[in-house]
Design a protein around this ligand. Structure first.
Ligand SMILES: *Cc1c(COP(=O)(O)O)cnc(C)c1O
Length: 400
């Protein structure tokens, strides 16, 4: 056994781009079964050939691609678009992978499903397992999960174990235990999850009428999504859905940047580190999908950047005050675009899609942000006396 990760390989419908694009377009606005409406299963030919009765779907996907002039101006990238994956049923892109992973669990008759998680994977697993009626076990680092995510996991009925250790410890524990206990493992080491996550790329390309952007930026933690994006683009190119590759920009938090450090050294060696960042969803020091993410960066002539916590929180604040709420890890993508524009890596006329991976309500963490030295939030609560004169002063200030 090599202990490497598996990839799902299947017959890509090569050179059928025009026909596929027509089929995908015909399914937009479908009504009825979740499997018909889903922004994941719309692309079934590129994901999984499952019988409709096996599909476990809320539905998910169908997330907006937003052009916001204020966010674009702040990033220094006039043609920036953001794809808001926080608009999925449990508030993160993890739902796109989980609908496919739990569908596979149902197809093989799994008795129970399990994952280790920094929070969003467990929330998503708990919800899809509940929908499928399969018992779920989740391992999270004790005291290190954002409250919104923990609340979801508990509410959706998963058996929740708070492990005295970090995410990396949770993952190695559940990876060792699941084959012995006969539990179906649904971390992103599970290749079917990545098949679902590919649809972030297919959906954004369809929203762009299959005109390839110059760059796709995303936050990078365990690197499953980076690997999924690379696979999606390779397959879209082979199928003839697109005719050129965009470049992938993977963005890490400076305190959890093993992939960026490895990239800077020409990917000559794999790096791991002790992870520390406010962005809990990417607080990962030993990413599981390292090797396949290297392939994604290489095949897309991509790049990997790191941004510090102040930059991440500032980006979250600027995106938020534009009316788009995302969690800190998500804001790393926009912070990375800003840094890449300043470094001259992204050109002023480039079209960039930045993926916002999770919703603001997952990890409001305002106290943490306000307490981080160097961060200035644009908007904080103003405490007033319960009097009409105090209120009037505020209304006057609003008009001024
Ligand atoms: C899981 C997650 C990430 C990181 O994705 P990886 O595939 O682990 O690199 C980033 N942001 C959010 C909100 C997530 O839930």
């Amino acid at each position: 056994m090599c202990n490497g990760l598996l990839d799902v390989l299947y017959h890509i419908p090569e050179g059928r781009g025009a026909g596929l694009r027509r089929d995908f377009a015909a399914r937009l606005g479908a009504v009825g079964e979740p499997s018909r409406v889903s922004g994941v299963w719309r692309y079934a030919e590129m994901v999984m050939a499952a019988a409709p009765t096996d599909i476990v779907s809320f539905p998910e996907g169908n997330t907006p691609l937003i052009a916001n002039a204020r966010v674009a101006a702040w990033a220094g990238c006039p043609r920036l678009l953001v794809k808001h994956e926080g608009m999925n049923p449990t508030g993160s892109f993890k739902d796109r992978g989980m609908t496919v992973g739990v569908t596979q669990a149902r197809r093989i008759g799994a008795r129970a499903v399990a994952c280790a998680s920094t929070g969003n994977t467990s929330a998503s697993l708990a919800a899809y397992a509940a929908l499928a009626g399969i018992p779920a076990l989740v391992l999270v680092p004790a005291g290190n999960v954002a409250m919104g995510k923990l609340a979801q996991t508990l509410a959706y009925g998963a058996r929740t174990l708070a492990v005295r250790g970090d995410f990396d410890a949770c993952l190695s524990l559940v990876r060792d235990a699941s084959p012995r206990l006969g539990i179906y493992l649904l971390n992103s080491v599970n290749p079917f999850r990545l098949e679902g996550q590919k649809t972030i790329v297919f959906e954004m390309l369809q929203q762009l009428d299959w005109r390839t952007p110059d760059w796709i930026a995303l936050p990078a933690g365990n690197l499953g999504n980076t690997a999924a994006f690379g696979k999606a683009l390779d397959e879209a190119l082979r199928a003839g859905l697109i005719d050129r590759m965009p470049r992938i920009l993977a963005v890490q938090a400076a305190g959890a940047s093993p992939f960026q450090q490895s990239f800077d050294a020409g990917f000559r060696a794999r790096v791991s580190m002790k992870a520390a960042t406010v962005a809990s969803a990417i607080r990962i020091g030993d990413p599981a999908s390292f090797d396949r993410a290297v392939r994604a960066i290489r095949s897309s002539s991509g790049a990997v950047l790191a941004v510090d916590d102040v930059a991440i929180l500032e980006a979250q604040d600027r995106i938020g005050t534009a009316g788009i709420g995302c969690e800190p890890a998500s804001a790393a993508s926009v912070a990375g675009v800003r840094a890449a524009v300043r470094a001259g890596l992204i050109g002023p006329d480039d079209q960039v899609v930045a993926v916002l991976t999770g919703h603001l309500l997952k990890d409001p963490g305002m106290e943490a942000a306000a307490a981080t030295p160097g961060v200035t939030l644009r908007n904080t609560p103003v405490e007033i006396d319960a009097s009409i004169s105090a209120l009037e002063r505020e209304i006057d200030a609003l008009r001024a």
